[in-house]
Write a protein that binds this ligand. Sequence first.
Ligand code: FAD
Length: 265
Amino acid sequence: MARLTSKQKDWLKKEFDQRVTFDKTERRLYSHDTAAIPGIIHPFIGSTIPDAIVQPESEQEIARLAAWANENNMPLTPRGKASSGHGGAIPTKKGIVVDFWRMREIIHTDSDSLKVTVQPGITWEKLQKELMKQKLDLRLYPTSAPSSSVGGWLAQGGAGIGSYAYGYFRENVIRARVVLPDGAIKEFSGDDLDLIADAEGTTGFITQVTLKIKKLENIAVSALAFPDARKLQEAIERLWTKMNYPSGRLFLSTRKWLSLKTGLL
Ligand SMILES: Cc1cc2nc3c(=O)[nH]c(=O)nc-3n(C[C@H](O)[C@H](O)[C@H](O)COP(=O)(O)OP(=O)(O)OC[C@H]3O[C@@H](n4cnc5c(N)ncnc54)[C@H](O)[C@@H]3O)c2cc1C
């Protein structure tokens, strides 16, 4: 807790009130993500316990924080649900962790042009549940849907359930608003999205994401078993031709296999 002066702590308390913590136990909780830092790497990065954690409620708050941190040479680390396990949400330079938990609203749903605008901290599961109430659905989502955020997936990058049909998440994003390190607010769209997608939050804080969605469809989930890899390959080729874009596949190898008869095999 060496870095923050009392003047800096006062500024954070004034700005965030009950939404900033300097508590040692809480700071320790934010020193790691879902995975443990490998022992071989730990000596190189040392302590990753941040000096404070804030939970902003608005883009304007983040903009003021970024401008203040810039003036005070204070490291900031964005954090969604910390499910990536790659260390991006770990405050290796200490400073302040910016937890997006409170920014989890759906801002606007457009069922005609099939897009939704959300705050970054909403989980995929929550967003999908809300869309389904309007007979809409996500095009794709990570398998960590119950515990990962929309902003986190844009910053981390990846593919998930639905990607066979819709590609990487980046390809399904229409635009995003971002608070840059100097506190300026910028909207990114088209090729400019490459500056924030997969960038691990290094180019700024994603505060709003507009993404493509689809109409709710009936989904068939099937479990199939095959005696060998060749039969599996043949089945996949036929599935691909007949069904045109199954939304996802999961392969499990097991000694005991269960045979389900389908018209496709
Ligand atoms: C069980 C499990 C299943 C998974 N399945 C998949 C999968 O199917 N596909 C896949 O691609 N990944 C998967 N992952 C990895 C991970 O869940 C995803 O990358 C997820 O989208 C990360 O979201 P998060 O909210 O947890 O982000 P975090 O882990 O909190 O952050 C990830 C990175 O983004 C940055 N960041 C977070 N929020 C913001 C923001 N608002 N603005 C700027 N930067 C930000 C962080 O600093 C960090 O660098 C899985 C992980 C687990 C544990």
